[in-house]
Write a protein that binds this ligand. Structure first.
Ligand SMILES: *Cc1c(COP(=O)(O)O)cnc(C)c1O
Length: 419
């Protein structure tokens, strides 16, 4: 980053600081990862200079001889990897991708049925403060109070009563497998579209450790920067029959020119995700989440649903002396980064809820395994048990910093830091 250093030392310094922070902390935010150097290179390329409204072969700008090939190749890789008939790789991010699906398939006022936000759903599944909950009529299913899991009989009853135009399956804080087949059947029974939003679990699906919704869903959306380990972006996949509607909703319905540098970087990430090494990665993500969950259970913690099937652990701190926010803040001071999160039926308010949300994707990208999850769990317990003991937090932070240097972070060059 020599040129950046010369031109803008302030931004350069901040990026360097962030790199060091990412290298020297234990990053447990389940939607975050470390993408490869190859992805970063494509993402930082001259493709950002281009305008290319339209789609390959159907552009409103000349000069697309290479851009068309990049977008077509990326879409082709998405179809091959996920088993999709059509892929639109232009959405700027996950939220616009979901909105594009609603714009393509619904009329304002139609009902969207999704998992309630406090139960692990996403804002764009029809929550009030999101445009998706303002333009459309939200219908919300919840998880069972005892099991912490989705009860598919209740989902069916609600769908029959409310007649949604679309049913969304997908979550940001649901530690268990989703039964896409059941969602597909319920959607058919009530003549609704079925959207599977696999933003969090896309990498697990292509890695073969979570069932795929592709055989059952009308439309599948995903971000590309979570377990899929690509650049920040998103895709919409669907059957041929819906392709035109979806494409028109993305452009010109919602967006202008696609971010071609992102498209290329998504292409690289998809290539990486098709390798045997990525399958090993996905498998290890699940093994590690379970190991972290087991360590916390062993230390007396309560986990929503009692454990995990995927990359994510939701810790219920109601019976501890700290709130989710206090715990997350203390952990951050100790070099362990996670987020406070509502738990289903949370007695506390969303801005200071009873849970913390943990994930294994980023630490697994650094080559950490079961033994390391044990170490992290032990540190977490020490911090959560003594959240106000600043000397102890500083001691843990120093240990974490030193320890992290033993696990190279993809995309982060230590040489950069030294210069
Ligand atoms: C992250 C996420 C999104 C939104 O993605 P952004 O890129 O943050 O807009 C949508 N749906 C689910 C389930 C997600 O986890």
């Amino acid at each position: 980053m020599n040129e950046l250093k010369r031109t803008d030392p302030e931004i350069y310094r901040l990026i360097l600081d962030e790199s060091r922070y990412q290298l020297e902390s234990v990053r447990l935010i389940p939607s975050e990862n470390y993408c490869s150097k190859a992805v970063l290179e494509a993402n930082g390329s001259v493709l950002t200079n281009k305008y290319s409204e339209g789609y390959p072969g159907r552009r409103y700008y000349e000069g697309q001889r290479y851009i068309d090939q990049i977008e077509a190749l990326t879409a082709q890789r998405a179809c091959a990897l996920f088993g999709a008939e059509h892929a639109n790789v232009q959405p700027y991010s996950g939220s616009p991708a979901n909105l594009a699906v609603y714009v393509a398939l619904l009329k304002p006022g139609d009902a969207i049925m999704g998992l309630a936000l406090p139960h692990g759903g996403h804002l764009t599944h029809g929550w009030d403060v999101s445009i998706t909950g303002m333009l459309y009529r939200p219908v919300r299913y919840t998880v069972d109070r005892e099991s912490g899991r989705i009860d598919y009989n209740l989902v069916r009853e609600l769908a029959k009563r409310e007649k949604p135009r679309i049913i969304v399956a997908g979550a940001t804080a649901y530690p268990r497998e989703l039964d896409f087949k059941a969602f597909g059947e319920i959607a058919k029974e009530v003549d609704a579209y079925f959207l599977a939003d696999i933003a969090h679990i896309a990498g697990l699906i292509v890695g073969g450790v979570h069932p795929s919704p592709l055989p059952f869903a009308d439309v599948v959306t995903t971000t590309t920067h979570k377990t899929l380990r690509g650049p920040r972006g998103a895709m919409v996949m669907c059957r041929k029959a819906l392709a035109d509607q979806v494409d028109r909703a993305v452009f010109p319905g919602l967006q202008g020119g696609p971010h071609n540098h992102t498209t290329a970087a998504i292409g690289v990430a998809l290539k990486e995700a098709g390798t045997p090494a990525f399958k090993d990665y996905a498998r290890q993500v699940v093994v590690n989440a379970k190991a972290l969950a087991d360590k916390l259970l062993e230390r007396g913690y309560t986990l929503v649903s009692g454990g995990t099937d995927n990359h994510l652990v939701l810790v219920d701190l109601t019976h501890k002396k700290v709130t989710g926010k206090q715990a997350a803040k203390a952990l951050d001071r100790a070099g362990i980064v996670c987020n406070y999160n509502t738990i289903p039926y949370d007695p506390r308010k969303p801005f200071n809820p009873s849970g913390i949300r943990l994930g294994s994707p980023a630490v697994t990208s650094r080559g950490m395994g079961v033994a390391e999850m044990g170490r992290i769990g032990a540190w977490m317990d020490e911090v959560i048990t003594h959240p106000d003991d600043e000397a102890r937090l500083a001691k843990v932070a120093a240990e974490v910093r030193e320890w992290c240097h033993g696990f190279p972070a993809p995309g982060i060059l230590v040489e950069d830091e030294a210069s």
